[in-house]
Design a protein around this ligand. Structure first.
Ligand SMILES: [Zn+2]
Length: 187
């Protein structure tokens, strides 16, 4: 069943419940620090759970490290999510190869054979972007390359899967701090 990640801030009891249930959906959303050992874990860690009084929660890994906690060797909390999930390569390949059209979340879920919420969550944690925003960045980089190699920027917009040239101009300028026309002129 698809679970949605709560957008609001989690309270202590919610985090405690996710920890006891070893709920994978919360990995990367918060970290579980064990006061008696100064080790931090992912909520889903298979190790025996500490007593409630010994648990402290961190919103980010950085906070845990800052407080002197070390990553658990068992759940490899210190490396999460740097080790890519098995579906990541197939999604990345699709995103990189299809820079001439706008992909949908359905395309991604299909090639990965996982739920789109899993893909979204992983991208959010790893890149602070949705997968589609990530893809738009790739299309904009491709567009810039085309312009730099002499293609007229007016035709580049549709070639890179943008529906309107004004939307393209706006996104391009936001991404590079230069409009497509400016990039073309410096060539
Ligand atoms: Zn652990």
């Amino acid at each position: 069943m698809q679970k949605t990640i709560p957008k609001r801030k989690l309270d202590y009891e919610q985090m405690f419940k996710a920890t006891i249930e070893r709920d994978k959906e919360f990995d990367g959303i918060f970290y579980v620090g064990v006061l008696s050992t100064k080790i931090y874990c992912l909520p889903s860690c298979k190790a025996r759970k500490p007593l409630k009084k010994n648990i402290i929660f961190f919103e980010t890994r950085k906070n845990a490290i800052f407080k002197g906690f070390r990553g658990c060797k068992r759940c490899r909390a210190g490396y999460f999510p740097d080790e890519s999930p098995y579906w990541f390569d197939s999604v990345c390949t699709l995103l990189k190869n299809e820079v001439e059209r706008k992909l949908t979340e359905k395309d991604l879920a299909q090639v990965a054979s996982v739920n789109i919420s899993t893909i979204r969550r992983y991208f959010k944690i790893r890149f602070q972007l949705t997968p589609l925003a990530f893809h738009r960045k790739l299309r904009l980089q491709y567009a810039r390359k085309l312009i730099e190699t002499g293609e007229k920027y007016r035709s580049v917009s549709s070639r890179c899967g943008f529906r309107s040239s004004s939307g393209f101009r706006k996104a391009f300028t936001k991404e590079f701090g230069l409009s497509p026309g400016q990039v073309q002129r410096v060539q």
